[in-house]
Write a protein that binds this ligand. Structure first.
Ligand code: FAD
Length: 256
């Protein structure tokens, strides 16, 4: 399979990590080496927790290494919907959490000197159909009600001259980066802060023994107090997790 531009640009800089063999102990095991797992393991290792991350293939090689590389709070025309469905408090909370995430990524990049071509950019969602004009007006009104500084614009600074464009919502100070370089940079930091990473280490099962988990991989196992499943899709069934509700969510849990 062809790899993304990000992976092609970064593959020579990536370190290889061993496969887990034998038995290990950790406080927390993070399962999955995409951006969710790497970010979680980074924060935990930086806090001084004894963390091991296991990845079935190579880190950042699946969804995360193949994304569009945009870091934005704008996800289609979403805020009017969120406002109507969940109310102002939750819609504002969601928006602020997304904006904070952009700042947090920038902070990690600056603190750790991760070279990943991060650039602030404006983000646009534009419409092409007359019937959507009302929708973007309502979206802008919703964003104003949430006290967010978006703009309704008729022109956008994108090379889409031959594309019909009837209006757009602009979010300033969003960003783009090479998601793969960022991910492999996070992995190096996890090791720097004392965490361990194993690649080509597929988790086959998780068992609960008293207050601990046994994370069983193809050729080894890890005993730990907590685990984070950051595999994008669920890998085990467990009480209190309703996979059929939203299978793409990541779960942090301790099923006592
Ligand atoms: C085409 C596309 C473009 C996208 N563009 C963007 C974008 O521009 N900006 C944005 O914010 N989001 C984007 N997304 C959303 C994106 O999916 C998430 O932002 C993020 O990359 C998901 O990361 P993740 O770590 O949850 O999943 P993944 O990157 O998929 O990582 C999960 C990891 O778990 C591993 N794993 C699975 N099972 C096991 C097991 N049993 N044992 C051990 N490891 C296992 C997998 O090998 C994988 O590496 C895009 C998604 C797609 C599909």
């Amino acid at each position: 399979m062809d790899k993304s531009l990000w992976i092609n640009l970064g593959i020579d800089k990536k370190k290889n990590y061993n496969k887990l063999e034998g038995e290990q102990e950790a406080e927390i095991v993070v399962i999955g080496g995409g951006l969710t797992g790497l970010t979680t393991a980074y924060y935990l290792a930086k806090e001084g927790r004894k963390v091991i991350l296991v990845e079935k293939d190579e880190i950042c090689n699946h969804t995360s290494g193949n994304t569009t590389g945009k870091i934005t709070s704008q996800h289609g025309l979403f805020y009017n919907y969120l406002l109507q469905s969940n109310g102002r408090k939750e819609a504002k909370h969601y928006l602020e959490a997304n904006e904070e995430a952009i700042k947090n990524i920038k902070k990690i990049i600056d603190d750790e000197n991760i070279e990943c071509d991060f650039e602030y950019q404006d983000n646009y969602v534009f419409i092409q159909k007359e019937e959507d004009i009302e929708k973007i007006k309502k979206e802008q009104e919703a964003l104003e009600y949430l006290s967010f500084n978006s703009e309704l614009v008729n022109e956008i600074e994108l090379p889409i001259k031959n594309t019909k464009m009837l209006g757009a919502i602009k979010f300033k100070n969003q960003a783009q980066f090479n998601a793969y370089l960022y991910g492999i940079g996070l992995a190096e930091c996890i090791e720097k802060y004392g965490g361990k990473i194993y690649e080509n280490t597929k988790v086959l099962d998780v068992k609960k023994e008293n207050d601990n988990y046994e994370i069983i991989t193809e050729e080894g196992k890890i005993n730990c107090k907590f685990m984070v499943i950051a595999t994008h899709y669920p890998i085990i069934n467990a009480p209190r997790i309703l996979f059929y509700e939203n299978v793409s969510r990541n779960f942090i849990f301790n099923y006592n």
